[in-house]
Design a protein around this ligand. Structure first.
Ligand code: GDP
Ligand code: GDP
Length: 464
């Protein structure tokens, strides 16, 4: 597995700091001769289990005959062309400067995949700059602190699926299926969007999480259509499969098998704890999280924790209630489950709940459909014009609060990102907009633009 990551951005944002962190002392000193300008350096990076080449456009600060801009542009273009993925770094403390826009332009035109990183994000000083980074239109920014090592797990979880994508493409040269662009997004054309960061031939990432013995392995086996994994009530079975890739009517999907990871554990009493940790890990990688419940003990604390975590991490969530074959009183139970779901997981309002039997295969087609649909909703993009007429109707129907007699004005709204959908609203006194009004807007977005069950983020920003 190998790919090349280029770190690009204007001088002093922290590129070398990140480069050094990724490469450590494994830097390949290519050119040590005096007098030779080594303007692109290259090193072998390690990040958890990933190995890749990282390149850095160093030495931009050095004076040359050429103008800094021209030199910057030429070097960056070269680095971008060499790379599979570009990490575009801005300084969150400085915000987005005109020089950053020059890079954004180059990347928009030439880069295959872009990750926007808002560096120097440790502490609170980078918050405004981080939000500004959305406006670059290159996807959801990643808050980083290269100096303190913050954001490295998140960088890993972005690179990991990309790396697997490269690996698979290299291995099979599969025909490209771009599952990330919905019709709506394609129409939206060049509008800013996080989807760009991830627009690549990669499978839809699914995690099946749930308590031990909920039936995760049985479900994955059944979906695979063959007995690829061992199942059984006994703990301690060693399995190697961590993820399996399959094809659902032309849509490539990858399922993380947390049970497989869990069952590697030998010590019985550690199981509960471990399965939570594995669940957390899987949630980080996933786009859609299937919370698999056992109908005889649904909505256990552990299930609630992981479902809540998936929501907080911004994943699309599908609730699947397994072992439906053993339930005698199906209609009463179904009602009871829906009530419990609404009461215990209000933050996931509208998320699909499907009853299945992993063992018999009953309703697995419905589950697949729910997963694909949840993924689409998660990717949904609402045009700015529609948002703004919606916003004026919403504020008319229910005006924002007026603390101290001064009414807060909501001026403008735009969708800053997808996966999950995130909206920015420009507002006269953002600090004073209370949680209940934000909830009103979020619930309204969910209802009016048909986004059930997906986390919706609302960023409030000041505009004077
Ligand atoms: P480059 O020119 O983009 O390669 O930037 P450098 O890596 O040389 O960093 C420029 C300055 O920013 C140095 O003084 C670094 O110590 C500092 N720096 C880098 N990363 C961070 C960070 O995460 N937080 C803070 N506060 N400073 C950083
Ligand atoms: P995991 O620990 O979540 O991976 O659970 P397994 O897939 O190993 O399943 C645990 C036990 O539940 C096994 O004995 C399975 O045969 C059983 N099981 C799984 N799915 C179903 C189902 O839909 N119906 C019934 N009756 N039993 C199931």
């Amino acid at each position: 597995m190998s790919f090349t990551l280029a770190i690009v951005g204007r001088p002093n944002v922290g590129k070398s700091t990140l480069f050094n962190r990724l490469v450590g002392r494994r830097l390949a000193l290519v050119d040590d001769q005096p007098g030779v300008t080594r303007d692109i350096r290259e090193g072998e990076a390690r990040l958890v289990d990933l190995r890749f080449t990282v390149i850095d456009t160093a030495g931009l600060e050095e004076a040359t005959d050429e103008s800094l801009q021209g030199r910057m542009r030429r070097l960056t273009e070269r680095a971008v062309d060499m790379a599979d993925v570009c990490l575009f770094m801005i300084d969150a403390r400085a915000g987005v400067l005109p020089a950053d826009q020059v890079f954004a332009e180059i990347l928009r035109k030439r880069a295959k995949h872009v990750i926007v990183a808002a560096n120097k994000s440790e502490g609170a000083a980078g918050q405004a700059g981080y939000l500004e980074a959305f406006s670059l239109g290159l996807g959801e920014p990643l808050p980083l602190s290269a100096e303190h090592g913050e954001g490295m797990p998140e960088l890993y979880s972005i690179l990991r699926p990309l790396a697997e994508g490269f690996e698979e493409r290299a291995a099979e040269e599969a025909p490209e299926v771009d599952i990330d662009l919905t019709e709506e997004e394609a129409e939206a054309g060049d509008e800013a969007g996080a989807s760009r960061t991830f627009t690549l031939t990669k499978p839809l990432q699914i995690a099946v999480v749930g308590r031990p013995n909920a039936g995760k392995s049985t479900l994955i086996n059944k979906l695979l259509g063959e007995d690829r994994l061992l199942t059984g009530p006994e703990a301690g079975i060693t399995r190697d499969a961590i993820s399996v890739t399959m094809d659902w009517a032309g849509v490539p999907v990858r399922v993380f098998d947390t049970a497989g990871m869990r069952k590697k554990a030998k010590v019985q009493e550690k199981l509960e704890k471990l399965s939570v940790a594995d669940g957390l890990r899987a949630v980080k990688f996933a786009e859609v999280v299937v919370v698999l419940l056992d109908v005889s003990i649904p909505f256990e604390q552990q299930d609630l924790r992981i479902a809540d975590l998936a929501e907080r991490e911004g994943r699309a969530v599908v609730i699947a209630v397994n072992k439906w074959d053993v339930e005698d009183d199906k209609s009463n139970k179904a009602r009871e489950l829906r009530e419990e779901f609404a009461r215990l997981l209000p933050q996931l309002r509208g998320a699909p709940l499907v009853t299945v039997s992993a063992k018999t295969g009953k309703n697995l087609d419905k589950l697949q459909e729910a997963i694909l649909q949840a993924h689409q909703v998660w990717n949904r993009r609402v045009p700015t014009s529609r948002l703004n007429s919606w916003l004026s109707a919403m504020t008319e129907a229910h005006p924002p609060p007026a603390p101290g007699g001064r009414r807060i004005k909501l001026r403008y709204m735009t969708q800053a990102k997808t996966r999950p959908p995130g909206f920015v609203v420009m507002c006269s006194h953002p600090d004073e907009l209370n949680a209940s009004y934000k909830r009103y807007l979020i619930n309204g977005l969910r209802e009016d633009f048909d986004m059930p069950g997906t986390p919706i983020r609302l960023f409030v920003r000041s505009q004077s």
